[in-house]
Design a protein around this ligand. Structure first.
Ligand code: PMP
Length: 365
């Protein structure tokens, strides 16, 4: 008897592993494992969700017309060149399906976001990991990894899970070094944590170049990870292809309404950005104070810090992670991403960080 068999390139996919949300003890955790905004969304977004409950028997606007107009206004972009998706994940996944043939390749940075190799494989393409340097994307290494069959280069900037960022000049140099038939996807999921509105010039490139796409999300600083709203902008031709294949109703009506309200409250966003910078500095200082015991903090431009740990002893990543959990704190260990010696810690509220720092000091002895 023969059984249904998946496509071999689908069977080769290692499924995405989300940051853990539960403690073995069942206690409510301090969740520093998924790079969420610990302050949650703007109160205006929560009020909008409540107000919107009466309308949920109607299908949403699949084209997200009103949300795109508001995104266009905030970022000085043409709404027609914006496409919204079920999180930026949906859009990142669609690009290889549209542009790669089986056997083509997609380049991403080693120690990068786990979705890129999944997205490549879904399309039957081969993901190529370009080595980074001290956890920072290395433009020369990315360019060297590009092959004749490369269709897409993914760059998260700031990068997850390292938190590092490359400059506007480096992003330009990367784009200038790519063939014009390769799409450079600049994933700005954490861009709002930087001070400048377009910190690496990605939006400018997406507006002016025929082969650059920028993705953004409402899951991070906007605090709406549970509602699944993301967007992309780029050349009209690429946006048209994304619109051709996206889900007909990718974003729930409540999510659309909440995202619009969250976007309108830029004061909340600014407060969250400032709190993050302040708290991140405190977390980094606490880690760096333990440098004599082998801990290090990779410089971060985002809302998390990659802590590097010694290979053995009480501060080894695996042991430290278990120690955090014993104190009710969930952090991220990413051995499958080549970081067996690293723990990624999301910047929490001041109180949450107090507890994380206390746990770290307790474990350091
Ligand atoms: N890009 C990066 C770099 C991320 O870290 C994440 C979230 N983990 C996403 C994209 C996806 O975000 P979402 O689908 O929630 O918009």
């Amino acid at each position: 008897m023969s059984l249904p068999a998946p496509n071999p390139w689908i069977a080769a996919i290692t499924p995405y592993e989300p940051g853990r949300a539960r403690l073995a003890s069942g206690r409510t955790p301090i969740k520093l494992s998924a790079n969420e905004n610990p302050h949650g969304p703007s109160p205006a977004a929560i009020a909008m969700i409540r107000a919107h409950a009466h309308g949920i028997h109607r299908y949403p606007d699949g084209a997200a017309t009103s949300l795109r107009a508001k995104i266009g206004f905030v970022h000085a972009l043409e709404p027609d060149r914006i496409v919204c998706g079920t999180g930026s994940d949906e859009l990142l996944q669609l690009l290889p399906l549209i542009y790669c043939r089986r056997g083509d390749s997609v380049v991403h940075v080693r120690h990068g976001f786990m979705v890129y190799p999944i997205a490549a494989r879904r399309a039957g393409a081969e993901p190529i990991a370009a080595p980074d340097r001290d956890y920072v994307a290395d433009v020369d290494s990315i360019l060297a990894a590009v092959r004749a069959d490369t269709r897409i280069v993914f760059l998260a900037n700031p990068n997850n899970p390292t938190g590092t960022m490359i400059s506007r000049a480096e992003v330009r140099r990367l784009h200038a070094g790519l063939r014009s038939d390769i799409i450079l996807v600049i994933d700005q999921a954490y861009a709002e944590y930087c001070d400048a509105p377009d910190p690496d010039g990605g939006l400018e490139l997406a507006r002016t170049m025929p082969n650059v796409v920028v993705t953004r999300t409402f899951s991070k600083i906007y605090g709406l990870g549970g509602l699944r709203v993301g967007w992309a902008t780029g050349p009209a031709a690429i946006v048209a292809e994304l619109n051709r294949v996206r889900a007909p109703f990718p974003i729930a009506s409540v999510s659309l309404a909440a995202a619009e309200a969250a976007l309108a409250d830029q004061e909340w966003v600014a407060r969250c950005r400032e709190a993050n910078a302040r708290e991140r500095a405190r977390l980094v200082a606490a880690i760096e104070a333990l440098a004599p015991q082998g801990l290090g903090a990779v410089p971060s431009a985002a809302n998390f810090v990659l802590m590097t740990c010694p290979e053995t002893g009480p501060l080894a990543a695996e042991t430290l992670k278990a120690g955090f959990e014993a104190d009710g704190i969930l952090v991220r260990h990413l051995p499958k991403q080549g970081l067996p010696h690293g723990l990624r810690i999301t910047v929490g509220t001041a109180e949450e960080n107090d507890q994380a720092i206390a746990s770290l000091r307790r474990q350091a002895g």
